[in-house]
Design a protein around this ligand. Structure first.
Ligand SMILES: [Zn+2]
Length: 366
């Protein structure tokens, strides 16, 4: 492969060469102008044999307006990589309908089969807008965005999986019509969020319509097929429809709180002794319209950490009688029963329905 290293600003605070924990090579962005056929059968955990690290592929296509795709920002979420392999295989021997800028993210974490390797900064918290701009990962994402800024972009799609029981859904950082039209290509369930910061979709939303898609658990063919359908629809689309998306065409929700378990607290899902004993079917609450009072489990005197999207002084949970109960109506998302996911990210999110104008809507009981 012809490698053309992107010029990059390596001036860190102390002027030292950027190095990535856990990698013996200097940590920088690799760039190629094609995907060799051999890569189209390489599973995500084996990519490290072929790619030096995070890699950007600039693939020419017929239509102007490039589709930006990012996959494997989390190393154990391989649906995006499998989807782009399928798309490129199907297009083999023909020009792509439009150009693709493909970012393959955390190759080192994919090798280890984990979201993020110990010592690494989360690849989907390191984009411009991040709370930690001085990490080596943030420098790489700045390089990626610099290339994206020089490219006429049509849209951006960042492809993820999650660990709990969730429907497939798209997330947006803007409720402008083109962003919602792009999300609607994936499905009618759309989540608007402002936190966490440093995510790919928030950085790319400044340049073009941008979404993150959550394709369910990794390793499930239906998730790959759905991502393939989305990518092919975005490649084929000439332009976004002129008519605005109607309220009835979309289930739009807004994340208003991120729920975390304090780092020093213990947790269980099987009733065994812990600071937080969550119900075993916690992730089955995802996307259900819950009323205040629904229990997430019991506690031994500790409190969950809640990061609120607004400064509203409000209680999110009621801890009376040793129970962890919702203190207000909410629709949870990404609640997980995987303790590793809780440690590396969060327990889950709380949402409510919003209208196209961003205002909260009354719950629709179903
Ligand atoms: Zn992810």
């Amino acid at each position: 492969m012809e490698q053309d290293k992107l010029e990059q600003d390596k001036s860190t605070a102390d002027g030292a060469e950027l190095a990535s924990p856990g990698l013996d090579r200097p940590f920088s962005l690799a760039a190629y102008d094609h995907v060799p056929d051999a890569l189209l059968d390489v599973p995500a955990p084996e990519l490290w044999r072929h790619l030096p690290g995070p890699t950007l592929f600039n693939l020419p296509g017929r239509q102007t307006g490039t589709l930006f795709l990012s996959v494997l920002l989390h190393g154990n979420e391989d649906t995006g990589w499998r989807a782009i392999q399928t798309v490129l295989k199907r297009a083999r021997g023909r020009p792509l309908p439009r150009s693709i800028l493909l970012f393959v993210g955390n190759v080192a974490a994919a090798k280890a089969g984990v979201r993020t390797r110990p010592g690494q900064h989360d690849y989907n918290r390191a984009w411009p807008g991040t709370a930690d701009p001085r990490t080596p990962e943030a420098a790489v994402m700045r390089d990626v965005v610099a290339v994206a800024q020089r490219t006429a972009l049509f849209a951006s799609i960042d492809i993820h999986n999650n660990t709990g029981n969730n429907p497939h859904y798209a997330c947006v950082n803007s409720c402008d019509d083109d962003h919602l039209q792009l999300a609607r290509l994936f499905g009618r369930t759309v989540v608007y969020f402002e936190e966490p910061v440093g995510v790919q979709s928030a950085a790319l939303a400044r340049l073009c319509p941008a979404i993150t898609v959550e394709c369910g658990r990794p390793g499930i063919e239906a998730g790959v097929a759905h991502a393939v359908e989305l990518i092919e629809a975005a490649l084929a689309l000439q332009h976004f429809p002129d008519h605005p998306i109607g309220e009835a065409d979309i289930d739009l929700m807004r994340t208003f709180a991120i729920v975390k378990v304090p780092a020093d607290a213990t947790l269980s899902y099987d009733g065994s002794d812990a600071d937080f004993r969550f119900r075993p079917d916690l992730d089955h609450l995802n996307f259900a319209e819950l009323e205040a009072g629904v229990s997430f489990g019991t506690h031994a005197g500790r409190r969950l950490d809640v990061i609120a999207a607004d400064d509203a002084a409000t209680d999110y949970f009621d801890y009376s009688d040793g129970e962890i109960r919702l203190a207000q109506d909410a629709i949870p998302a990404m609640l997980t029963c995987d303790p590793n996911a809780v440690r590396l990210d969060c327990l889950g999110y709380l949402m409510h329905r919003i209208g196209r104008d961003g205002r909260r809507l009354a719950a629709m009981r179903r």
